[in-house]
Design a protein around this ligand. Structure first.
Ligand SMILES: Nc1ncnc2c1ncn2[C@@H]1O[C@H](COP(=O)(O)OP(=O)(O)O)[C@@H](O)[C@H]1O
Ligand SMILES: Cc1ncc(C[n+]2csc(CCOP(=O)(O)OP(=O)(O)O)c2C)c(N)n1
Ligand SMILES: [Mg+2]
Length: 330
């Protein structure tokens, strides 16, 4: 059955059937608004939109992978404040010729990621249009003070939780047809499985956000546009220098060895400039024993007089990463 064979109410009923309600939901999908409890004096809110051809291709990813990706990207933003997600709303722009089963798979996978994070999916909107667009708004809360991008201080340890570079490598493997886009089986994907899986549906370490907050992280953000671009944003917000030690990125580089050989590419490029793995980048005071799953990748330095905040690798200043409106994406 195709979307054009259903009416809106029909589709929404199919979605609601597979979506989690969420523990903080008082009124879920079906009224003019959802009503969510927030006993804390303030709440977190963030939004991110995914567009077919720009963030994913229907030819490369299943509906379930696209749905999981849309949820993960938004859940990661809440986690990156040290928070937990209470409720998501999801608005869809759909074409009439989409398969309803495909769509329900997408919504179900979106709901499953929300469920795993303890969140409800409490509403949304449906509109017709030419390109598949998934626009998500997430609401959440943080126990204690939120962890901002602007709190990094000289002397802090720079740490990361989650992977770097896998999504960028997966994108290149698919773009260059080194991996057949119709293959979704990890066994068949072999050495490329992790990169392609994470490109299709990122696996951000959501629990790391609140863990970092409890261990007094000074600053945190998730990495969506690449370590260098997002690290540069943290550096500017905090007016510091992120000093990354390349030897501490060796495990990420090694994990991409097979992909790098197949693409004739330096794995370090993906690790530094590839986005969309959504790991948590955080800084911790120097005396802290880093909590699992964080690992150190560098230190925070002061900005020398006359210099600008930024990010350096082994002392060399870096710039670049993903930007929707520039041609220099690396
Ligand atoms: N259209 C907009 N109007 C106002 N603020 C925006 C708009 N687009 C992005 N922002 C804000 O700019 C900041 C950076 O956005 P973005 O790079 O998308 O962050 P993230 O990687 O966390 O999704 C965020 O605080 C976001 O809310
Ligand atoms: C088909 C395809 N081409 C290119 C990319 C690469 N790409 C698209 S968006 C993006 C960065 C993250 O997306 P953005 O919308 O900037 O998310 P945000 O920073 O707002 O979280 C990257 C690396 C992709 N994911 N899929
Ligand atoms: Mg965004």
């Amino acid at each position: 059955m195709k979307v054009r064979d259903c009416d809106e109410g029909d589709l929404i009923a199919r979605f609601v059937n597979v979506l989690p309600q969420g523990e903080r939901t008082i009124v879920g999908s079906g009224d003019d608004c959802a009503l969510i409890s927030c006993p804390e004096p303030s709440f977190l809110v963030t939004t991110d939109t995914l567009v077919g051809e720009s963030h994913f291709l229907k030819a490369w990813s299943t509906g379930a992978e696209i749905g999981a990706r849309a949820a993960a990207q938004n859940l990661a933003d809440i986690a990156a404040m040290g928070g937990r997600t209470s409720a998501l709303v999801v608005s869809l722009v759909l074409r009439g010729d989409y398969d309803v089963d495909w769509l329900v798979d997408m919504v179900q996978a979106f709901g499953q990621r929300a469920r795993e994070a303890g969140a409800g999916v409490v509403g949304g909107d449906l509109t017709g249009g030419e390109e598949l667009i998934i626009s998500v708004t997430a609401h959440g809360w943080v126990d204690g003070p939120p962890v901002l991008r602007s709190g990094a201080r000289p002397g802090d340890i720079v740490a990361i939780a989650g992977t770097l570079g896998r999504s960028g490598a997966g994108l290149e493997l698919l773009s260059r047809r080194i991996v057949d886009p119709s293959v979704h089986d990890d066994i068949l994907l072999g050495d490329f499985a992790e990169a392609v899986r994470i490109y299709r549906a990122p696996e951000p370490p959501l629990e790391a956000g609140p863990i970092a907050a409890r261990h007094n992280a000074h600053a945190m953000m998730d990495v969506s546009d690449g370590l260098v671009r997002d690290g540069g944003r943290m550096a500017r917000a905090s007016e510091v220098m992120l000093e990354i030690d390349s030897s501490l990125l060796a495990d990420d580089v090694e994990a991409l060895d097979a992909a790098a050989q197949a693409c004739g590419h330096h794995a370090m490029e993906w690790v530094l400039f590839g986005g969309e793995d959504h790991p948590m980048l955080a800084t911790f005071p120097p005396q802290v024993v880093l909590p699992s799953p964080f690992r150190a990748i560098g230190v925070i330095g002061a900005v020398s007089p006359g210099d600008q905040p930024g990010i350096r690798l082994d002392g060399q200043r870096l710039s670049g990463g993903f930007d929707h409106f520039r041609q220099d994406n690396s």
